[in-house]
Design a protein around this ligand. Structure first.
Ligand SMILES: NC(=O)c1ccc[n+]([C@@H]2O[C@H](COP(=O)([O-])OP(=O)(O)OC[C@H]3O[C@@H](n4cnc5c(N)ncnc54)[C@H](OP(=O)(O)O)[C@@H]3O)[C@@H](O)[C@H]2O)c1
Length: 293
């Protein structure tokens, strides 16, 4: 697929780095974004600007990295798909299982392949082309997309033949990260209330029982109360917890921790922390414990 023209939709914090990785791999990348600023920046890096989504869907393969279900809905427009030359759409956003099912069906009606490929990794990881990419879809479509995954990520993880399976895996992973942040916040509040320094607790835990990027990375942010700059904004965290609750409800899977997390994120938003990293949910646990901000 090297040297093919790729249509790319969504040049946010993640998308601009991913489009850059495709450019570096030698693809022609035709970009579209709702607001024009990021398009101009990508054109300066060598991308082509598309004036409309129709121009993006004139490319054989479309990759999208939009914020949420609402944003992705516009890529399901029957008029857009009816006029498309594209034969494959790779949706890399974190979206609901229900949207993945609807998208697969809609694309099939128009004879266009659809695969889900949500990612693990922050914007700097995206910019370096080192994402972990969670994929699901028809094997022949995934094979066509693999050179693109290789350009944007360091490893591709397969979860099945239905796109929704990759979305389920991603939603489960983010649910677990949110649980880890919340539990570290509660443990740090407990420690501090008894005169133990949270930074000492997290250093011990991440060097012994809980090594790994989540407990050490978010653990330090929680212990130091360092919630800015936001790597992953709190409203996106609330969205992902909501996606887990919704996916659970669809199969009668109770997620009691999910309900606690939802309220904790709403509490954080109500207290004005919407522009902070989702680690700021730790401030809610501190307030409950009567600890100072
Ligand atoms: N940030 C992370 O650490 C991270 C990590 C893994 C996965 N993700 C997932 O990756 C996806 C993108 O995240 P991000 O951090 O890149 O988000 P972001 O910086 O907020 O960018 C969102 C993108 O979606 C576009 N958009 C939003 N609403 C739209 C609408 N109604 N119509 C059309 N376009 C719309 C934005 O356009 P404008 O530029 O015009 O606003 C922008 O291009 C999300 O699903 C997120 O959950 C993020």
């Amino acid at each position: 697929m090297t040297g093919r023209t790729i249509g790319f939709v969504g040049l946010g914090s993640m998308g601009r780095g991913m489009a850059g990785s495709l450019l570096r791999a030698g693809h022609t990348v035709r970009v579209w974004n709702r607001s024009p600023g990021p398009v101009a920046a990508m054109v300066a890096e060598g991308a082509e600007a598309a004036d409309s989504l129709a121009e993006v869907f004139a490319a054989d393969t479309v990759v999208s990295m939009l914020a949420n279900d609402t944003a992705v809905e516009r890529l399901l427009d029957p008029a857009l798909l009816a006029g498309a030359a594209a034969t494959l759409h790779v949706n890399m956003a974190t979206v609901s299982v229900a949207l993945a099912e609807r998208a697969e069906e809609r694309y099939a009606e128009h004879g266009i392949g659809y695969v889900a490929a949500p990612v693990l990794g922050r914007p700097p990881v995206a910019a370096e082309g080192r994402l972990n990419i969670l994929v699901a879809g028809a094997p022949e479509l995934l094979e066509r997309a693999e050179p693109l995954f290789a350009a944007m990520g360091e490893r591709t993880w397969h979860f099945g033949v239905s796109p929704r399976q990759a979305n389920t895996a991603k939603i489960s992973a983010n649910f677990l990260i949110a649980c880890a942040i919340e539990s570290m916040a509660e443990a740090c509040s407990l420690a501090e209330a008894h005169g133990v320094r949270p930074t000492d607790l997290v250093e011990m835990l991440s060097g012994t029982l809980f090594p790994g990027p989540i407990h050490s990375g978010y653990g330090s942010m929680v212990a130091e109360r360092r919630y800015e700059p936001a790597g992953f904004r709190l409203p996106l965290g609330l969205k992902d917890v909501g996606l887990a609750l919704e996916a659970g409800a669809a199969r009668n899977v109770p997620l009691p921790f999910g309900s606690v997390l939802r309220d904790a994120f709403l509490d954080a938003l109500a207290h004005g922390d919407g522009d902070k990293d989702w680690a700021a949910v730790a401030a809610v646990a501190r307030r409950r414990a009567g600890l100072p901000d």
